[in-house]
Design a protein around this ligand. Structure first.
Ligand SMILES: [Zn+2]
Length: 385
């Protein structure tokens, strides 16, 4: 393979920091064996030797040789200096909300809007997996998990309504995040509910546990029994809604992304608190997380002017998230297990009757484990240590 690469497009220090030689990295894992301060400050490329498959860079002043695969270099091109914010001053990158990695394959943070397929209500993809097939077929498993990363959710059907099985589902792609609610929790009507979830009342779309730090990034809900009437599940793509807010009401968007708000939860055994904005941005200014839960929002302690601006924006945001056309409505049946991104997709339900009937079991897990499992499923050839 003769891929044309121009070594001059990478700064010398970048090439050296990415040197794959066994002096610089542990073979296999690729863990670096040096500190940035171990490298000469006046590094230059003093020579280049090319072969069909590789490019060897010789560095001055120390004469170190780094041999790169051409294909690797071709895959790791840098955006041009004219791309907004990139390689510019940190100040301009921060202030302008740069989108410097957009369009550079593999460069974007998959957790941000740049790694997602956004949807609204009826346009939502409805990825449906089958539990039997999911367990037997790597491709089907990859497809289902990929849907959670890009679309924000997947529905697995045919998961037997057995106690605790929802944790087994989580274990197929990661690790259960045990909390003060336990490893697995029930969502059912209770006689003396501590939480609105344990009633038959409607729940407006929300994210779970914004009062945790870090917040659980994946939620699973496994239906054991559905209500006779009502209790339909609603899903809203919070990233799509936030992107629309940014386009139509940038002032509210700026307030919601810049004012951290306190979330809290307390009961006899727990006192949980976290401060985060309702819409979280990456350092590049891209939408990266949604926290929305009216039940656990605590008293905001900012200047009166900031408080007024926050409530104006919060009201608009809440009204937008409640718009029926944004919601995908699903009727979960016994055996259905919903897996969704709790940093992006809001979930809610319609009111229901039939006390004691409807039962969901839930648990939390995390996106990093899910993404790792997906990467392994999709790449069986990569050398592993
Ligand atoms: Zn080296």
């Amino acid at each position: 393979m003769d891929v044309a690469v121009d070594v001059g497009t990478w700064p010398a220090v970048w090439l050296r920091d990415n040197c794959p030689c066994p002096q610089c990295r542990v073979p296999g894992s690729g863990q670096k064996l040096f500190q940035i301060t171990d490298l000469p400050e006046d590094l230059v490329v003093s020579g280049v030797e090319e072969s069909a498959a590789t490019v060897t860079v010789i560095f001055g002043p120390d004469g170190h040789r780094s041999t790169f695969e051409r294909a690797w270099l071709a895959d790791h091109g840098l955006p041009g200096d004219d791309a907004a914010g990139v390689n510019g001053s940190a100040e301009s990158a921060g202030v302008t909300g740069a989108t410097g990695t957009v369009g550079v394959p593999g460069a974007a943070d998959f957790r941000t809007e740049d790694g997602k397929r956004l949807w609204a209500g009826p346009d939502a993809p409805l990825p449906i997996g089958d539990w039997e097939r999911y367990q037997a077929d790597r491709g089907h498993r990859a497809e289902t998990l990929g849907a959670v990363l890009t679309g924000g959710f997947a529905l697995l059907r045919g998961v037997p309504a057995e106690p605790g099985l929802v944790a087994t589902v989580a274990g197929t792609f990661g690790y259960v995040r045990e909390t003060n609610y336990g490893r697995v929790f029930d969502v059912r009507v209770e006689a003396t509910p501590a939480n609105l979830a344990s009633t038959g009342l409607a729940l407006s779309p929300h994210t779970d546990n914004p009062y945790r730090d870090p917040v659980p990034t994946v939620q699973l809900l496994h239906c054991h029994a559905s209500a006779a009437r009502g209790g339909d599940t609603l899903l809203v793509d919070g990233f799509a809604a936030a992107a629309a807010l940014r386009a139509e009401d940038p002032e509210s968007f700026a307030v919601l992304t810049s004012i951290p708000v306190p979330f809290g939860y307390r009961d006899r055994d727990s006192e949980l608190r976290a401060h985060q904005p309702l819409i979280e941005l990456s350092a590049d200014g891209r939408i990266r997380g949604i926290r929305f839960n009216n039940r656990s929002l605590q008293a905001l302690r900012r200047t009166p002017r900031q408080v007024a601006a926050f409530y104006r924006a919060y009201r608009r945001w809440a009204a937008r998230l409640a718009e029926p056309e944004l919601a995908l409505s699903l009727r979960l049946a016994a055996g259905d297990c919903l897996i969704f991104d709790n940093t992006r997709v809001l979930h809610g339900r319609t009111a229901f009757t039939g006390t004691g009937q409807r039962l969901l079991q839930g648990c939390y897990a995390d996106l990093d484990g899910l993404a790792s499992t997906l990467a392994i499923l999709e790449d069986t050839d990569k050398e592993r240590v």
